[in-house]
Design a protein around this ligand. Structure first.
Ligand code: GLY
Ligand code: MN
Ligand code: MN
Length: 418
């Protein structure tokens, strides 16, 4: 940080309605750095100073704590969370100018707490005025993400452990859903089952709203209504992942609501599965981030042409992107504390090389719109995605979500188990 000082702010609380708030979720940058879960917190990092790690927190308050629960307080901020110094949140305005007065640069990323953003700008303005008199003080504001998000991109052993636990719990929930899905029940029953399994196995809950999309709903990428009655003959696309200790899993499986895939469903599913397997096989240190996507697209294009869903040659389909009618998203994103995690995808003018410690999803899909009259009616309204979470290791890749199968035989075995 070259002598700079960084400021991180807790996520604001959010009102759901009237006097009811949404469950509180800490800002991930602050959570990554401190583990501190409470609102109204500010973290100041000043490497090289007598107190490199300072927290401003809600003080203990017996009366408030009776209503909203025990706080760590100033005491806990140092003794439990390891801050070098801690102060009540209300002392921030008085103390912050002193903390930044000699810093050559301020690190701060504007967040959702807009009032706080303004306070930092005001603070910076005053420090700038002082610089004219004292010759010292920040000459700019830099985004701490350039440093911090690189750190978050590479997962350490404790983080990988949390991600594996999130993945394992998610696989157990998917397995139960795959076993218990029945025609004539509602999508929200599967949502309830999955969310219940997450919670009862110790996860915080879903890492994002579970997508339970049957029939043509599976062609809506972020379908979250989950309100339809499932029918014999449908496929069910279930995209659900748990959050454990702040880390996410993100899994999709697509399986028949009845006991077996139909012929058309099977044909399309096998194309997506081949694409997914080829993409996973392309994950290794030194491969570019784009490589799994390229492998997936090539396989999808071959399959679509073979099935008569795409006209023209393989190369034409790739060059003109005609496959995007059926595959309109990317194959991968980083995964970590955020489900679409931080970290840049491109360096220079190229796709970034994969390296050990990175975790990414591999999630090709095919979605044939229900009203697409340019294709044979039998294909319409079929949506398939297969999504796994993959850790790049020294010698290749580890699929964190391998406990829930993807092959048609394995899925049909689960659907037909007594
Ligand atoms: N569940 C969101 C995604 O797959 O990216
Ligand atoms: Mn995903
Ligand atoms: Mn997903």
């Amino acid at each position: 940080m070259d002598g700079g000082v960084a400021i991180f702010r807790a996520a604001p609380t959010a009102v759901r309605s009237h006097d009811v708030e949404y469950p509180y979720r800490q800002d991930n940058d602050l959570l990554y750095l401190t583990g501190f879960p409470e609102p109204e917190t500010t973290c100041v990092l000043a490497p090289g100073s007598p107190h490199p790690f300072t927290l401003f927190v809600r003080p203990r308050d017996r009366e408030r704590e009776v209503w909203t629960g025990v706080r760590a307080g100033v005491e806990g901020a140092t003794s439990v969370y390891g801050a070098d110094a801690a102060h009540p949140a209300e002392e921030l305005a008085e103390r912050l100018p002193k903390l930044i007065e000699h810093a050559p640069v301020l690190y701060f990323a504007p967040g959702r707490d807009t009032a706080f953003n303004q306070r930092i700008l005001d603070l910076y303005g005053r420090a700038r005025d002082n610089r004219a008199r004292t010759g010292a003080g920040p000459r700019g504001i830099l985004d701490p993400g350039a440093l911090l998000h690189e750190m978050r991109l590479f997962k350490g052993p404790e983080e990988i452990d949390a991600m594996q636990r999130a993945a394992t719990i998610s696989c157990e929930a998917h397995r139960r859903a795959m076993r218990e899905t029945r025609a004539d029940s509602f999508e929200y029953e599967i949502q309830a089952l999955v969310d219940y399994e997450f919670r009862r196995r110790g996860a915080t809950g879903p890492a994002y709203p579970s997508i339970v999309a049957s029939g043509a709903n599976a062609t809506i990428l972020h379908y979250v209504d989950n309100a339809r009655r499932m029918q014999e003959g449908d496929l069910l696309l279930l995209d659900a992942g748990a959050e454990v200790d702040g880390y996410c899993a993100d899994i999709t499986r697509t399986y028949p609501v009845g006991r077996r895939f139909s012929e058309r469903q099977r044909a399309l599913y096998e194309v997506v599965l081949r694409a997914q397997e080829a993409a996973i096989a392309a994950v290794r240190p030194g491969a570019s981030f784009d490589e799994p996507h390229q492998r997936a697209v090539e396989n999808l294009v071959d399959g679509l042409i073979t099935l008569g869903l795409l006209k023209g040659s393989h190369d034409e389909a790739l060059e003109q992107g005609t496959y995007r009618r059926f595959f309109m998203h990317r194959t991968s994103h980083w995964l970590g504390m955020d489900v679409h995690d931080v970290g840049v995808y491109h360096v220079g003018d190229g796709s970034r090389p994969l390296a050990p410690g990175m975790v990414l999803t591999i999630e090709p899909g095919l979605y044939v719109p229900a009203d697409d009259e340019s294709v044979d009616a039998g294909w319409r309204g079929i949506g398939i995605r297969i999504e796994d979470d993959v850790l790049v290791t020294d010698d290749g890749a580890r699929v964190l979500t391998a406990d829930i199968p993807t092959s048609i035989d394995d899925i049909e075995a689960i659907r037909n188990a007594p």
